[in-house]
Design a protein around this ligand. Sequence first.
Ligand SMILES: NC(=O)c1ccc[n+]([C@@H]2O[C@H](COP(=O)([O-])OP(=O)(O)OC[C@H]3O[C@@H](n4cnc5c(N)ncnc54)[C@H](OP(=O)(O)O)[C@@H]3O)[C@@H](O)[C@H]2O)c1
Length: 254
Amino acid sequence: MQIDLTGKNVLITGGARGIGRIISLTLAQSGARIGAIYRSDNSAAERTLAELHALPNPVDHFMLQADITDEQAVERAIQAAQERFGGAIDFLILDAAQGAYGELASTSTEDWMRAFDTNVHGAFFVVRAATPYLQRGGSVVFISSGAGHDPLEGLSAYGASKAAVNHLSTVLAQELGQRGVRVNVVSPGSTDKSGTDPNTDPESYTEKQRDIVTTTALRRLGIAQDVANVVLFFVSDLSTFVTGQWLRVNGGRL
Ligand SMILES: NC(=O)c1ccc[n+]([C@@H]2O[C@H](COP(=O)([O-])OP(=O)(O)OC[C@H]3O[C@@H](n4cnc5c(N)ncnc54)[C@H](OP(=O)(O)O)[C@@H]3O)[C@@H](O)[C@H]2O)c1
């Protein structure tokens, strides 16, 4: 089956940079129109918008600046997005997140709050504001993390915030199912987000990357395209009877 997203509107948080940039480009390559929310990196937003507009299919993609931890800014951004989209959001991708590193007992209040403010409260504000515009046949995809499923030392605040995301995604799947909207989670493991593939030259792996590869069943690094491909599956008609699921994209790394 060809995946054709022509005419579909995608709202993605964090879609200007990192893994989100590759998700934006991948969905746009299948014909979708992208509206991406970013926080502050204007030059990344401009670069990604130019890349989107350089794709062969002529679609009017756009970027919106908003901090998703600011409830009112989210309301304004979703309002602006739905107006640009003509009222309909088909796919909502929640990619924006903040990391927080360190052992639980030495995590600062600031780090703890930043992780929860962005990853949980921010996602909640976006979902609440965008839900009225989601269409039957639509799809919500949360980008979570392996750290939200498995206890990883040094990732307590981040992991706990992602575990909350996993939970709210399954509740949302139950609540939106009767409206014909599906909700799923993609949980990357450690992922190279440079946009190039370091696996083409394993000799150039850093020591840390080599450690990751030797503990990964498929013996290579995960790349942003691996994550984007699964997002594409979750928004496409290949997964029309799949909702409330969490899928780890980690090459079988334990
Ligand atoms: N990279 C990995 O190895 C990995 C592993 C597991 C899970 N993940 C998950 O994958 C997703 C993408 O990760 P990434 O590494 O690609 O992230 P990234 O490179 O740090 O990019 C994050 C994006 O989110 C935006 N953002 C952050 N805070 C925001 C806020 N408060 N309001 C609006 N936008 C905000 C950023 O905007 P600005 O650039 O303007 O700040 C940026 O566009 C995240 O959910 C992350 O938890 C990543």
